[in-house]
Write a protein that binds this ligand. Structure first.
Ligand code: ATP
Length: 213
């Protein structure tokens, strides 16, 4: 089973890395693909360049077996739609292989605004990790098609994900780290020290390259 973890990673921080590792172990994934968005469709352009974000992500996962960076969204022109990425991965990996799209609760609650979002559960399972400030109960506030999807496809045991290639939803509490790239960029801009919110080597690189000033 393969995990897919997309994001802007501007910059990558331990709120990405620790939950990713916990999910990798809990789901017993063969591989976790971290896929940085080239042009994120739903937000301002990233502050660091594609090459810088890619470099930081590679450095952050170096030596972690099973973790790989997948550059396809950065190489593709136009907005980085997850539905396109999953379609490509499905074509490459075959119809039967279970794929799990890993999403923080904030991303999951916004899913119904994603491009051709209804196709996403046909291409992959959704594995939703808890994130500080975003409660599963918020799903009811969002209501509509997403709540319906969660109602009908939710499974309690991650082993069920291995039995089908796509279409199920699994929610997993992970270590709660109230860290965001936005906050790290703001600290740097204010001349404050973001150390320990992200790996030291990433912070060193940010300083060398004078990013996020
Ligand atoms: P920004 O602050 O720039 O919006 P971010 O910190 O939210 O960035 P992204 O790269 O946009 O990070 O997030 C990619 C994925 O990682 C999303 O699915 C998001 O839910 C998840 N994620 C990010 N930070 C955390 C965190 N602290 N805990 C759990 N999940 C997280």
């Amino acid at each position: 089973m393969i995990g897919i973890f997309g994001g802007t990673f501007d910059p990558v921080h331990i709120g990405h890395l620790r939950p990713a590792l916990e999910l990798f172990e809990i789901l017993q994934l063969d591989e976790l693909r971290l896929i940085p968005a080239g042009i994120p469709p739903h937000r301002r352009a990233p502050r660091a360049s594609c090459a810088e974000r890619l470099f930081m992500l590679r450095k952050a996962i170096a030596g972690q077996s099973g973790f790989v960076v997948d550059e396809r969204e950065i190489e593709r022109t136009g907005p980085s739609y997850m539905v396109d990425t999953l379609g490509e991965l499905r074509a490459e990996l075959g119809e039967q292989r279970p794929l799990c799209l890993l999403l923080g609760m904030d991303a999951f609650l916004g899913l119904s605004s994603w491009h051709r979002w209804q196709e996403i559960p046909r291409l992959a399972h959704l594995v939703v990790s808890h994130r500080p400030g975003w409660l599963p109960e918020h799903l009811d506030d969002h209501g509509g098609p997403l709540a319906e999807l969660a109602d009908s496809c939710l499974v309690a045991d991650p082993r069920e994900l291995t039995r089908k290639p796509a279409g199920l939803i699994f929610m997993q509490p992970v270590t709660q780290l109230d860290i965001s790239s936005t906050r790290i960029r703001a600290l740097i801009r204010e001349g404050r020290n973001p150390r320990y919110l992200l790996p030291d080597e990433i912070w060193n690189y940010i300083q060398e390259q004078q990013l996020y000033r």
